[in-house]
Write a protein that binds this ligand. Structure first.
Ligand SMILES: C[S@@+](CC[C@H](N)C(=O)[O-])C[C@H]1O[C@@H](n2cnc3c(N)ncnc32)[C@H](O)[C@@H]1O
Length: 222
C-alpha cells in the first residue's frame, strides 16, 4: 500500500474538515449534488487530486461551478480539506476512496460537466498495470457520468501511459477528441506533478474529449 506523508500539524481537527467531506452512504445510492452543495450549479470532478492545487484554483476562480474530488489517499484528503477550510471555500467537496469503485455506485448518469484526471499513477511494472486508473471500465464510467457537451480532460508526463489512456477512450467510448484550451501559464494553476515534470524538463501530454457536439464553457484544461 502507498503511504503519503503529510505531517499531522498540517491539518485542522476533523470537526473543522467534515463540512468538506462527503461520506458515502451504505448501501450505495447516487449522490444528490443539489443537496450536497445547496444549489444546482454544474458539477465537475477531479479524480486523484493529490495535494489539491488544481481543485483549489478552480474553486477560487469559478464560484458558479461546484467541484468534487476523489482521492484514494486519506492523508491527502485531510490535507486538502484543511486547505479548503482555511480559505472557507464553499464549492468543493472531497471523497475518500477508489474512484474505480465509487463512480459506478455513487455517480448518476449525465451528472457532471467535466471530469479532470491529471497525472494518474503510471504503475511502471507490467504486473502492476492492473492497478492503473485508466481501464476500459473507468473510461466507460467517465462517459456515462458526463452530461451532453461534458468534457473529459486528462494529462500525463508518461508518453506510453498517455497513449494507453487515449487508446482506451478512442476504443471504448464515443467521446470526441477536441481542441484543448491553453492552460493558464500562471504557476498557481500547475498541479504538483506537473510542476515537478516541468522542473525536470519532461514533456507534458494533454487531451480533451467532449461528449456529443455541444461545447460547454467550463474550466480550462490543466
Ligand atoms: C501521480 S499523483 C497526481 C496527483 C495530482 N493530480 C497532480 O497532478 O499533482 C496520482 C494521484 O491519484 C491518486 N489515485 C491513484 N489511484 C486512485 C484511485 N483509484 N482513485 C482515486 N485516486 C487515486 C493517488 O493517490 C495520487 O494522489
Amino acid at each position: 500500500m502507498r503511504r503519503t506523508l503529510i505531517p499531522r500539524d498540517k491539518r485542522l481537527p476533523l470537526e473543522r474538515l467534515t463540512p468538506y467531506l462527503v461520506s458515502l452512504p451504505e448501501p450505495p445510492q447516487t449522490l444528490d449534488f443539489v443537496a450536497i452543495f445547496g444549489n444546482a450549479h454544474p458539477v465537475e470532478l477531479e479524480v486523484g487530486f493529490g495535494k489539491g492545487g488544481f481543485l483549489l484554483q478552480c474553486a477560487l476562480h469559478y464560484p458558479q461551478i461546484n467541484f468534487v474530488g476523489i482521492e484514494i489517499e486519506k492523508a491527502l484528503v485531510l490535507y486538502v480539506a484543511t486547505r479548503l477550510a482555511k480559505r472557507g471555500l464553499p464549492n468543493v467537496r472531497l471523497i475518500h476512496g477508489d474512484a474505480r469503485r465509487i463512480l459506478p455506485s455513487y455517480f448518476a448518469d449525465q451528472s457532471l460537466q467535466a471530469v479532470h484526471v491529471y497525472f494518474p499513477d503510471p504503475w511502471w511494472k507490467r504486473r502492476h498495470h492492473k492497478r492503473r486508473l485508466f481501464q476500459q471500465d473507468f473510461v466507460g464510467q467517465c462517459e456515462r457520468i458526463l452530461c451532453p457537451g461534458g468534457r473529459l480532460l486528462m494529462a500525463s508526463d508518461v508518453a506510453e501511459y498517455f497513449e494507453v489512456m487515449k487508446g482506451l477512450v478512442r476504443t471504448h467510448t464515443q467521446l470526441q477528441e477536441t481542441t484543448c484550451p491553453e492552460p493558464p501559464a500562471d504557476q498557481q494553476w500547475l498541479t504538483n506533478f506537473e510542476r515537478k515534470a516541468l522542473q525536470q524538463g519532461r514533456s507534458v501530454f494533454r487531451a480533451t474529449y467532449v461528449k456529443g457536439d455541444v461545447r460547454l464553457k467550463g474550466t480550462p484544461c490543466r
